[in-house]
Ligand binder design. Structure first.
Ligand code: ZN
Length: 211
């Protein structure tokens, strides 16, 4: 067992050393959450209700709300799901693949906002319920990047890249969508299935590859 452990450690160490000059991206794991449009906030919490900020997220202007809601599918529900603000043009439910199975919702892997043809879900708040016709997705793994850092890395908006994560369970994530905007802080976002798959812990970094 010791020899196996030693050789794995050596392989990882060699790989890390060879990538010392490669760009790094910090990782964040996003739990299941919903984004809500104005009409759905009115229906769930009462007309004109303003979502209350509980904590700021890493992306500028984005925040975790104090309010929570119940989200249901044909096979189950989550009684107290996080809401992320500010309000969006259209409501959206972001799940891990495991969450989607628990709800019985066949949610496809999509980038946030790309919800054409996706299944819906049932939302319940203190003042009412909403049956979403669409908007349930498993978020595609992606990187938010500031233009200055992208220029330094030689990376471009819209590129599909890979990210090697050297955690407790070393893994390379492929098919990662790179998004560059002055509105972003530089972070790679993965869901909890992916976080568990790579042995994620807070503050973990990934090496940008194939860009
Ligand atoms: Zn994100």
């Amino acid at each position: 067992m010791e020899a196996t452990h030693g050789s794995l450690l050596e392989r990882v160490a060699r790989r890390v050393e060879s990538r010392m000059s490669q760009p790094l991206v910090p990782l964040e794991a996003s739990g299941r959450h919903v984004h809500l449009c104005r009409a759905d906030i009115d229906a769930l919490f009462g007309a004109g209700h303003a979502l209350e900020r509980r904590a700021d997220l890493s992306q500028p202007g984005q925040f975790l709300c104090r309010e929570r809601i119940k989200v249901s599918g044909p096979k189950g529900d989550f009684g107290s799901m996080a809401i992320l603000g500010p309000e969006r043009r259209e409501s959206q439910v972001e799940l891990s693949a495991t969450d989607a199975l628990a709800l019985g919702i066949d949610a496809p892997v999509r980038l946030s906002g790309d919800i054409a043809g996706t299944p819906g879900a049932r939302l319940a708040g203190p003042k009412g319920e909403v049956g979403l016709a669409r908007g349930a997705i498993v978020a595609r793994r992606h990187i938010h990047m500031e233009p200055r850092y992208a220029a330094r890395c030689g990376a471009r908006d819209g590129q599909i890249v890979s990210v090697y994560v050297c955690g407790g369970r070393p893994v390379t994530f492929h098919g990662v969508v790179l998004r560059v905007s002055p509105d972003f802080a530089t972070y790679m976002h993965i869901d909890y299935d992916e976080a568990n798959a790579c042995g994620f812990s807070k503050g973990m970094l990934g090496f940008l590859e194939n860009y």
